[in-house]
Design a protein around this ligand. Structure first.
Ligand SMILES: Cc1cc2nc3c(=O)[nH]c(=O)nc-3n(C[C@H](O)[C@H](O)[C@H](O)COP(=O)(O)OP(=O)(O)OC[C@H]3O[C@@H](n4cnc5c(N)ncnc54)[C@H](O)[C@@H]3O)c2cc1C
Length: 428
């Protein structure tokens, strides 16, 4: 028997924070939903991120002046960025767009769009999880940024001005304040900033798995198959060919994280999505406790207190989806945390690598793809998916169900890079 098109569930490809949040919002709006993922829920970037939920983060990754720092970073074994020379030619168009996104007028637009999305995060997490689960999994207790330089650097001053422009509250912390807040912190850490409007999750994997449980408990379906191709159907809708199945739907959401381009390229949709690979070292017996996460802005890494220990995370590695992990990058994180907390015990640790799904302008790609009715994109959350994922999911589900989202969607439009993603890049 053929299922009438209107009764077919909406298919969501990807069971990470973005796909599952979208599926849950759609379900709550009365739609039947099926999520497809090769792997169990929360097995991609959503598994091992730093867990920061940063309602007050509105500073893009690409900023003016950053280009000057890149050669130094690339030559520094402990530096925050590495580019695989073999992969460089492939990444170059994306890197050029990244430079373009770091121009000041564009930075201000991006910052506004980040603010519009991220400021909703705690409200959306609460909506998705309900009060009890929210309080179990999420700690809206603030985050601290620290520096190991005496003077405010130009980069830090720019970040401050972007925050002030958005009216974001922060409190300066002197060296003594930091030592009170974080006993044992190294004397090399001289300055800090409390961001009271931010927070974190004690376990990103459990958080995203909880979304999956809520979905299936309410009648949603999650199937374990690998999507091999999206095929537009004559007369409308899509067939999704998987390794073992064939699924039909009028509406389809691509939320496959860093792998989304593999599914969209065959449709002629070429979006500038690159993976910024990142690493974590999970310290299971660190011997120290932290009240809240610390982002070390001088060394570009962070540490988050989680229910199974301390998670030290960071670094950006441009090396594509295929290269094996370079565990030396993760071990650098162990050196960094020792530098910040000399007493920390790093002997018991687990290393992990994940694929951030990144656009050059730090903004996700959200909405229906023009020329492909019913094909919705929810991808490209880069460094901020645990923060921007649920608010993005809410607006994408609103677009699908015909409700006007409360924010201007133009900054996140799939067409902002040109209709097929090939916008001319101006480099001078
Ligand atoms: C080291 C690190 C630290 C980070 N720290 C933070 C942080 O502190 N705060 C924050 O907000 N963000 C952080 N992030 C970013 C955040 O983790 C990501 O933005 C977010 O997890 C992306 O979610 P997603 O659902 O788009 O992708 P993913 O979680 O990667 O999910 C995509 C899913 O799609 C599935 N998939 C792919 N292809 C197919 C296919 N063909 N068929 C079926 N399924 C498929 C994959 O199996 C995967 O499960 C960090 C990332 C890293 C790597």
């Amino acid at each position: 028997m053929t299922v009438p098109a209107s009764d077919q569930p909406i298919l969501v490809i990807g069971a990470g924070v973005v796909g599952l949040s979208t599926a849950l919002y759609l379900q709550r709006a009365g739609r039947a939903v099926t999520v497809i993922d090769t792997l169990p829920p929360a097995s991609g970037a959503s598994f091992g991120n730093a867990g920061l939920i940063s309602a007050d983060t509105s500073v893009p990754i690409a900023l003016p002046g950053m280009l000057r720092k890149v050669p130094g970073w690339l030559n520094d074994r402990l530096g925050p960025l590495s580019v695989d020379p073999r992969y460089f030619p492939k990444a170059l168009p994306w890197l050029l767009r990244w430079i373009e996104a770091g121009r000041m007028p564009r930075v201000l637009q991006i910052s506004d769009a980040m603010r519009a999305m991220h400021s909703q995060t705690f409200e959306c997490w609460k909506e998705l999880l309900g009060s009890n689960r929210y309080h179990d999994l999420i700690r809206p207790l603030g985050q601290v940024h620290v520096w190991e330089t005496g003077q405010e650097t130009p980069g830090a001053a720019l970040e401050r001005s972007l925050r002030e422009r958005q009216g974001i509250r922060s409190e300066r912390l002197a060296a003594d304040d930091l030592r009170q807040l974080f006993p044992g912190i190294s004397r090399s850490v001289t300055r800090g900033l409390l961001m009271p409007g931010n927070g974190f999750t004690v376990n990103p994997q459990r958080l995203v798995q909880t979304l999956a449980e809520l979905l299936t408990d309410a009648g949603g379906t999650i199937i374990s198959e690998r999507v091999m191709k999206i095929i537009p159907r004559e007369g409308g809708g899509y067939a999704v060919m998987t390794n073992t199945g064939w699924h039909l739907s009028q509406e389809l959401v691509v939320a496959a994280g860093a792998w989304s381009s593999q599914l969209l390229d065959p449709l002629g949709i070429h979006l500038p999505l690159e993976t910024e690979r990142g690493y974590h070292a999970m310290l299971t017996s660190p011997g120290i406790e932290l009240k809240m996460p610390i982002s070390n802005k001088t060394r570009a890494f962070g540490v988050t207190p989680m229910e199974h220990g301390l998670r030290v995370a960071g670094t950006v590695e441009i090396a594509g989806l295929e290269a094996p992990p370079n565990e030396a990058r993760a071990k650098v994180l162990l050196e960094h945390i020792k530098g910040m907390f000399p007493e920390v015990d790093t002997r018991q640790h687990r290393l992990w690598m994940g694929f951030r799904p990144s656009t050059p302008d730090s903004l996700p790609i959200l909405g229906e793809m023009p020329g492909h009715p019913g094909l919705f994109l929810a991808m490209g959350h880069g460094h901020f998916g645990m923060t921007g994922g649920p608010p993005s999911a809410k607006v994408v589900s609103q677009l699908i169900t015909g409700t006007a989202p409360g924010i201007d969607m133009a900054p996140y439009a799939p067409t902002r890079f040109g209709r097929s993603g090939r916008r001319r890049v101006v480099t001078s």
